[in-house]
Design a protein. Structure first.
Ligand SMILES: Cc1cc2nc3c(=O)[nH]c(=O)nc-3n(C[C@H](O)[C@H](O)[C@H](O)COP(=O)(O)O)c2cc1C
Length: 289
């Protein structure tokens, strides 16, 4: 591949793909890995090569981290019985059972309490604020994404599991999480099963000008009929692009993206149990002031 155009076209559709301006968009293994990303939900049961977990952890720990506070932890679950129990708590998703490694990424403010302890200081008031939870959630997400990209760069597949928040009390108990540690999401990792995943294409995304605003919010709509019209056109185009993708993947009956998204926010039930998250976090020592 001499440039990244085909990968950009796969990500946005031919009409909406941004130009692959040479020379910056010349083939580059890091960019190729990023642009080729797709979630893997079918794994071979073969164990991962020795050292894989350690390499993924090193990639995760190489992510930038706010004030170098490193306010995250991950629990690496490989034991089949434990993984199976975790899978049940995480929406009973079969691919978690099949993956040889299930990483549960956590916001971890307990370590800062321990640091304060070393200096004979009680955990200060600062720990009690929603800001500290936000910092930990951002740190954990950056670390996890590094691990995900590292896995894909090694030819492995991965899928995030937000359903790790469906039954937060039970998952914390299963994994033995201490106070001030809460599971945010999982990442199932393994060798992609070629039989199941063969031919799977990358999933298109919204048009770039829907998510990237130049200089100020909404500037993309100027002279273009206004922000709302541009957004309406982008959503309609994306419904079509995703419908085409779903048809190619044999899921022609899937609802459109806007319909599915509307249902995802329609009721408390659509949160699949995650409506208790704030309460559970308070129980677990996150004050969220
Ligand atoms: C935080 C997070 C949680 C997710 N949780 C789940 C999940 O529980 N089950 C699942 O099958 N996919 C899950 N996904 C995967 C998304 O559905 C997927 O990334 C999205 O549909 C885009 O597809 P792609 O990753 O193949 O490009 C999650 C993704 C993220 C980022």
């Amino acid at each position: 591949m001499t440039d990244l155009s085909p990968l950009l076209e796969a990500r946005y559709g031919t009409a909406a793909a941004p130009p692959a301006a040479a020379p910056i968009a010349a083939a580059n293994p890091t960019l190729e890995t990023l642009l080729r990303h797709k979630s893997t939900r079918a794994f071979l049961q073969a164990p991962l090569p020795p050292g894989t977990l350690e390499l993924l952890a090193a990639a995760a720990q190489s992510a930038a981290t706010s004030s170098n506070l490193q306010t995250w932890s991950a629990v690496a679950v490989t034991s089949p019985p434990l993984k199976s129990e975790a899978a049940v708590l995480c929406g009973d998703q079969e691919f978690i059972r099949a993956a040889p490694l299930f990483l549960v990424f956590c916001a971890d403010l307990a370590r800062l309490g321990a640091a304060a302890d070393r200096h004979g200081m009680p955990p200060g008031d600062g720990l009690a604020f929603f800001e500290m939870y936000t910092m930990a959630a951002v740190d954990a997400s950056l670390a996890a994404q590094n691990a995900c990209v590292a896995a894909e760069a090694l030819g492995l597949g991965a899928c995030y599991v937000g359903a790790a928040r469906n039954r937060p009390r039970e998952l914390a108990a299963l994994l033995g999480l201490p106070p001030r540690v809460v599971a945010l999401f999982g990442l199932a990792v393994g060798r992609p099963d070629p039989a199941a995943g063969a031919g799977a294409a990358v999933k298109p995304r919204l048009a770039q000008d829907e998510v990237v605003h130049r200089e100020t919010w909404g500037s993309n709509g100027e002279g273009d009929g206004g922000v709302e019209q541009r957004q309406a056109a982008n959503l309609a185009a994306y419904d079509e692009a995703l419908a085409e993708f779903n048809t190619q993947q044999g899921r022609g009956d899937a609802p459109t993206w806007t319909y599915r998204s509307a249902h995802r926010i329609a009721t408390v039930e659509s949160l699949h149990g995650r409506d208790i998250l704030r309460q559970v976090m308070e129980e677990r020592g996150f004050e969220l002031r």
